[in-house]
Design a protein around this ligand. Sequence first.
Ligand SMILES: Nc1ncnc2c1ncn2[C@@H]1O[C@H](COP(=O)(O)OP(=O)(O)OP(=O)(O)O)[C@@H](O)[C@H]1O
Length: 268
Amino acid sequence: MPNTNPSHLANAADPLLVLDNVSKSFKSPGGGLFHAVRSVSLTVHSGEIVALVGESGSGKSTLGRIALGLLQPDVGSVSFDHQRLTGMPPEVFRDVRTRMQPIFQDSTAALNPRKSVRELLMQALWKQPGEGEARCLRLLEDVGLRPASRFIDRYSHELSGGQRQRVSIARSLAMEPRLIIADEPLSGADVSIRGQVLNLMLDIQRSRQVAYLMITHDISIARAFADRVAVMMKGEIVEMGSAQEVLTNPQHAYTQRLVAAVPVLGSV
Ligand SMILES: Nc1ncnc2c1ncn2[C@@H]1O[C@H](COP(=O)(O)OP(=O)(O)OP(=O)(O)O)[C@@H](O)[C@H]1O
């Protein structure tokens, strides 16, 4: 599916997430340090879709977790909506962070099995007192769970994988995010669900001007979805540019290998 989505351009000058010279190391079992992320700088603008691609172990998820504040960088800083998150007091951080929502691959683990869909959504609506049942129903309709009344009292084990992923997207939307950091959100799903969830994410981007940092090892998703692509190898960004540039005329040998491995008309 070609990317026919130039709507971000209106806001492309407005930096939303800024990772500045971020590094992160972990202790390796041998006692040394393993450099998972090395001096990475990356910006996601308002309304923009940036795909972060690279092979398994290249550091993509670590970078996503740093952006979300789930991990602290050893060096460098993270800013969101012109506020520096690194070193921010936790109570202020929590508030800012509601505008930056994650969607993870494993929606089963992301949803508390003891809470119904209604409870999960109500929990996410805590910042908007008075918004209740009607808002939950609207959110479910927005993510294609129709009629919403059929889904609102279910528990996560009573939903299919695709429906669970939609509920976790609805829960993220309840926070009215400006940025969604999606870490391999489609890799657990079968092909038909992947297409549906991808289309849903694109609809959300268009209708709500939400920006995405889309973490994926799958070049075909970047091709279908992204405005810009950043390519990560061994903790570093080795190539970055418009999706068109990077995917049709890759400059780095590593990107050339990744692109060559995927047929141009590959479906997602
Ligand atoms: N908490 C941790 N402690 C030690 N090493 C870690 C930790 N988290 C990640 N790593 C290591 O850092 C490297 C990068 O991992 P990361 O999950 O960021 O890569 P990735 O590109 O997202 O891979 P995948 O696509 O397989 O999820 C890996 O070698 C991983 O083993």
